[in-house]
Write a protein of this length. Sequence first.
Length: 240
Amino acid sequence: MRGVCIIFIFMNSQTKLLIGLAALVLFGAGLWFAGALPFGGTANPPSLDRPVTTPADFSPEARATFEQNVATLKERIRINPEASDGWLDLAIYYKTANDLDGAVDIWKYLAEGKQNVVAYYNLGNVHHLYLKDYGNSEKYYKEAIQLGPSTALNYIGLHELYRYSYKQDSTAAADILNEGLTKVDQRGRVDLFSTLGGYYKEKGDKANALDAYTKARDGARAEGNTALVIQFEREIAALQ
């Protein structure tokens, strides 16, 4: 996942927009990761008067579509300001327009004002990848886990913080995935075992990597996901 996050940063803005909008749908299914930021906390919704500047590399057609979508979205929020999905969509537009502060204001409002698990995840992710504020990143990821204990992505986000940036001299990266394995559904267990397999493979621990990938393969097979079974079989073969 870390590699995918890095690739996202270097995509052009129009591609980011398409992926970002899809992220909101996929996250609800436990299949997507995303990024965002943190600061104070307020029960008051952010102002809809904040402008959204279309990225300079957009074509005229994409620019017109972007601006119309933002205007339509803001009107939808004005009509129903309590609907979190509209705010989440608007945050993606702000982030696409490189206005991270605008996105953060929304995520903070939804997290601290409405206990929105997606917003907490995003705050953890951006504290990690953008602010390098690892203590607060950990705090926000743990809030996401507390609110959404059955969502594998929340555990993976915290795992990546421990694996790549924070508390690397401990067993925290593996521990949080093992905790998640006791709380997520079968699809989530496949994701967590896959992540655990990659972690142990990176550390040169073949025995534990094989065990994790084997369990991930068996879970994918039980779900009838042939493509994933093949992927895990390749990982297993490379380790044997």
